[in-house]
Ligand binder design. Sequence first.
Ligand code: ZN
Length: 488
Amino acid sequence: MRIFTASLATESNSFSPIPTSRETFEQTLYFKPGEHPDRGTLCTGPLHVARRRAKQEGFELIEGSCFWAEPSAPVSQAGYESMRDEILGQLEAAMPVDGVLLGLHGAMVAFGYDDCEGDLIDRVRTIVGPKAVIGVEQDPHCHLTEKRVRGADVMILFKEYPHVDFAERADELVTLVVKAIRGDIKPKMSLYDCGMIDLFPTTREPGRSFVDKMQRLEGRDGVLSVSLGHGFPQGDVPEHGTRVLVITDNAKPKGDALARELGEEVRAKRGTWRPPALSIDEAIDAAYAEPKGPVVVADASDNAGGGAASDNTNIIRRLLERGMTDAAVGPVWDPVAVELCHAAGVGATLTLRFGGKTAVASGAPIDGEVTVLGLGKDGRQTFGKAMVPFGDSAGIRVGGVAVALIAHRTQALGTEIFTASGIDLASKRYIGVKSTNHFHAAYAPIAAKVLYCDGEGPSPIDTRKYPFRKARRTIWPHADLPEGQLVV
Ligand SMILES: [Zn+2]
């Protein structure tokens, strides 16, 4: 048995001001065959799990290139095509294969391609033929298009949000692909469109119970896998929205019925999946009203993980204006300010301008007399079993606010964003993190309370505010809830 694997992944925010090229991927995560490290991350889960399983189960794994870029604007056409063709060329050289494992994000858009993953899967199929088994792992913030679901044999999404379960889901993917190659199962996929889009954190109800329910359904009565495709609100593509995917062992009518049943549950609970977002002032009031800290306040409106610049200054400015003390905010992406702080040195006081750089939605930069609390080189933060780089960093204090500046744009995943540059979190009352929900895995354990706020940054919490041109406006909350429908 011969299986080929590769990864091509990013989450394209159609409204991000940050361009994305092949070089953007190369600067974030790019491993050619023979260069893959021992530790996997979200999009390289299939490769690392299959490497272990190949040794245990005696199949041959052919490793292709893996690419990942921090979310930003749609990828240049030449960039996407060169990465895609690099992987396809490796696959052609590896032929014949019995199966293909792809680690995709699922919300990549390129100039000329609204559905990069559908395009890639289609071309993989042309090379491997109808008999080979194509298995795909995706992030739930993907666009589950009809083309990609019809093109692949097995598709599994992370269930948890924060996505700490990428390795477990990759393990399931390898299991189903190997079984399908052996002829032990005949996977059939059913896809149900919920006619809506929402945000589905699984650290609260009803998301927590829904994940548990999906897992209880798997492995019995012919149900092989159940996934919820949350959709990606900032992706302006025709098949934008939330969809349920069910895989059965050659029992399509059963899969169709289950996908519909689960989809109807998602629809009935619309509007309750996400936590309420406080205003900036409401969040400050609520955090300092708690008898003890630290209170972690997440701002999803400037989440680099969703393609925002992560240099918006609204919350920091308001904390300063109100004279709040014992606050920390991060990460703020500002490579120039990081460089200036490194030149000044730990303990130095300097006049610094930081943040507010990338676009109007970043707000105005902050000018202040700052003290350098600490400096970090080539920082990495922990996220589940993965380590995610954030580059050089600088911790500064301006007024009563400590700010974590970073040189490599990413969201707050691990607490290292702050601690690597000398910011002590335990002593803080207010910890502001730029992240939608991935922060929760590392920050909830140190928080007296977790709050969510709308920092009025570049990614509006209210998805109706985006100037969509291609996405359907016929789905909730853009319109009244339409009928749900079976797509595949
Ligand atoms: Zn995601």
